[in-house]
Ligand binder design. Structure first.
Ligand SMILES: [Zn+2]
Length: 421
């Protein structure tokens, strides 16, 4: 089956083969082809170029003209906690009343309140709750979503969550990349025995997760009062030994040195980085670890944003993700996160496009398959109304997406097409 799209106002993210990630000044170039065309063969992109150069097509090819549309690679949301039960509206209001996230956590709120509700929910119930969130992500142009466990915090509940993620991935159309985050918090039954929980993670939970093949990555919430540097390193080294890739919640609330640890261990990403130090920036810049920034969380918590400009200018790989979760960033709107990156972190629209696509795919170790409109890659595409990709972050908070392709097939079409301009 061959499908061709012609006369797109812009094809964006048309990077040449072999470009696996972008740093420094190269991050600025969104690789735009004006009046672009693209051929999809089966699940893959077969050809990309100007419409004037489109090669002859077989008689049964489906050809569609898409003037007034910008075609982008499917967005990759490389950091979410999208599988959860229960909202945290009371906590939202308490924070607005002056309590900090840490103070709410100390009162039994925060992550622990979601843990109680996830433990009480069945695998089926968790899937029911996640499906509309995935549908909203897809409607905003997201075709691949990393989803973390971390609200179970017991062997049986963590496996339940990862199995739910595997089921949802099988259902499609959104592709889910599972991450084991058993080290999200110390569960209440281990409050007096932190070392016991770290042992349980290393000796029991991680081997079982690896044996079942239910996670591609292991992540740790490395933070003052959560898991320290030594504990984080021990857990991550065990995970690496079991064949899992590594991610790290690093330097979110305090400058603990998580960025340096992630770089030293060869983690695929170090995420948050609101409090990253100069040494942490240098360590990331010298490494292949992607600095994944989550400005929706800083916005929602009302705190200082991550130093995106310094990270980019010093040469770190930068990606953006939603951090979709019930406590600190309840949204699936990844283009809005891109708008925040522009308005509050000084990122340029071209940088944001690359940070939501190719570098986000790199943050999942998937850049050879996802993240750009490149021949040979999976045909995950988003068609947005408009003549210029910058609209996506300029006209913020609205949905510009008209149609989404996953693996070469149309999987979403907006009920009301194209915003009138
Ligand atoms: Zn997170």
């Amino acid at each position: 089956m061959i499908t061709a799209l012609r006369h797109a106002a812009q094809l964006v993210g048309a990077h040449p083969p072999g470009v696996a990630s972008l740093r420094g000044e190269r991050l600025r170039d969104p690789a735009v082809i004006p009046d672009g065309a693209l051929i999809i063969e089966g699940e893959r992109v077969a050809w990309v170029g100007p419409s004037a150069d489109l090669p002859p097509l077989p008689a049964d090819a489906q050809v569609q003209d898409v003037p007034g549309m910008v075609v982008l690679p499917g967005l990759v949301d490389s950091h979410t906690h999208l599988l959860f039960a229960g909202e945290r509206l009371d906590e939202f209001e308490q924070r607005l009343g002056g309590l900090t996230y840490q103070e709410i956590g100390a009162r039994g709120g925060g992550i622990q309140s979601t843990v109680r509700r996830v433990r009480a929910a069945s695998r089926e119930r968790l899937k029911e709750l996640a499906r509309p969130r995935l549908a909203r992500s897809l409607a905003f142009g997201v075709t691949t979503v990393e989803v973390k466990s971390g609200y179970g915090l017991s062997p049986v509940d963590e496996l339940k969550c990862l199995q739910a993620v595997a089921d949802l991935n099988d259902e499609g159309p959104v592709e889910l990349v599972p991450t084991f985050l058993g080290a999200h918090a110390v569960p209440p039954e281990f409050a007096a025995d932190r070392a016991g929980y770290v042992r349980l993670l290393c000796d029991d939970m991680l081997p079982e997760v690896a044996r079942c093949g239910l996670a591609r990555f292991c992540d740790v919430f490395c933070e003052t009062g959560v898991f320290g540097l030594d504990e984080s390193e021990r857990i991550l080294r065990r995970a690496a030994g079991l064949g899992l890739g590594l991610k790290l919640h690093a330097d979110e609330l305090t400058p603990l040195g998580g960025a340096e640890l992630a770089a030293r261990l060869g983690a695929v990403s170090a995420d948050h980085l609101l409090c990253v130090t100069e040494a942490g920036i240098d360590a990331l810049a010298r490494s292949g670890t992607v600095a994944t920034l989550l400005p929706g969380t800083a916005f929602f918590l009302g705190v200082e944003f991550a130093p995106a400009r310094r990270l980019i200018e010093r040469g770190a790989l930068v990606a953006l993700a939603s951090d979709c979760n019930p406590g600190t960033c309840p949204t699936e709107n990844l283009p809005l996160v891109g708008a925040m990156a522009c308005a509050r972190m000084g990122m340029l629209p071209g940088e944001v496009v690359n940070a939501l696509t190719l570098n986000a795919a790199a943050a999942l170790g998937q850049a050879e398959r996802l993240g750009s409109l490149t021949p040979g890659k999976q045909a995950d595409l988003v068609l947005c109304s408009g003549a210029d990709h910058r609209q996506l972050f300029y006209h913020f908070g609205v949905n510009h997406v008209w149609r989404v392709f996953k693996r070469g097939r149309v999987v979403h079409t907006a009920a009301t097409p194209a915003l009138p301009r």
